[in-house]
Write a protein that binds this ligand. Sequence first.
Ligand SMILES: Cc1ncc(COP(=O)(O)O)c(C=O)c1O
Length: 462
Amino acid sequence: MNRDHVELLQWLVPGLPDVPMSSTYWIERAQLSLATSTQCRDVYPVIDHTRGSGVWMYDLEGNEYLDMTSGVAVRALGFRPDGIAEFERRLDDVIEELPGQDFDNIPHILLAERLAATAPGDFDKQVFFTTSGARAVETAIKAAIDQTGRQRFVAFRPAFHGRTGYALALTASKAVQREGFPQSLAVIRAPYAYPYRCPVGEDPEACTEYSLNTLRDAILDEGTDIAGIVVESLGGEGGIIVPPVSFLRGLREIADEYGAVLIADEVQAGLGRTGHWWAIQHAEVAPDMICTAKALGGGYPLGATIARSPMFERSSRHSETFSAEPRQALLSLFILRTIEERNLIENAGRVGAVMIERLRQELAGCDQVGEVRGRGFMLGVEFVEDRESKRHAGELRDRIVRNCVFSQRLWVLGAGRSTIRLLPALITDEEQAMEAVTRFVRAVDQETVALRAKRQVIAAAP
Ligand SMILES: Cc1ncc(COP(=O)(O)O)c(C=O)c1O
């Protein structure tokens, strides 16, 4: 952080005597001033908010990290992407805020049209802008209730759809997220198609059959009056779970059979990350609604629900103060344009496939790696006590995350009970991806070599 920026902070916060470049110091202050959320302060140091380029980021102490999270699937173009500074200069005369849901402006109309054009399905679509992924899900739920006149939804386990009212009612990813909070929506819960942990075995088709049959039974037992089926087209927080395409196709059929809408939650998986604009396109399924956020705002809060028209037929059924503000909408159009112009969707699909393959090869001999899976730049490595028992190895996973961050300077995230997820920026090239694999494998080795040694000592003991 340069001196000018430190002075700026001191000018903004009168009385700020010093700005130490120490993670420990700022973590202590953060603990006092910020409400507890999902921070893992014993793992991640404080990031220097003035440095970062492409896939490289820095902590306050100046250590450089290879970023494999893109801020939880947010920075599709990486840090300070090419052309961004010039683009921002061209926004100098654009005003910041307009209540877009009350008064129209050109940027948000163009963004709505552009987004709708990326979505599959040969029908008219409308877009509702929100300020987060959870709110995009809330919007879809309200629109589905409006369109069908029903109030019951299908959701899966595991599933993550956000932490607000209706979205939380659909979420089933970690008990702590729900415990003690009321259920705001009638939800029929069914098993997500998760072949690695499917009770009928790992065959994808058998797993689809099991999940869909269980869902069909649950609908018959709990209520056929379903308004919508809400599904992550690729499970994110639950552990990077790639469902068989037949599962998503089956959900389309069930939705049609019961006159319900199919809602694809692509807040994490969407916008090119898996090698298509939308992950559900791998199954050639057109959902009635798509929820998006994260990468759409390029680091600022923007979500959207893209839905079959008409989304709401009466005025005032749904609204937020903030919407796709003019500067925000133009930035999002810049992101979509760059993704297309630089073939980043193709890059994510191709480099991601190479990465998965290399990880599989490198980790093939490790009994604690249960499965390496993913699509494009949405990758997960699930850790188990051993391949036979498949028991979750959550603590081992946590130690490997720490090794990645502390000793390999590789910025990664956990997901599910024992998975590490990699969500590289769409600009990541093959060399950077291979560097990430090398660092990751070293972080795994640090633990598993120690585990092997420990076992040998135990085995050799008299
Ligand atoms: C699939 C999915 N849906 C919804 C959300 C909630 O998004 P937000 O945190 O912006 O509310 C997330 C966030 O991780 C997500 O991964």
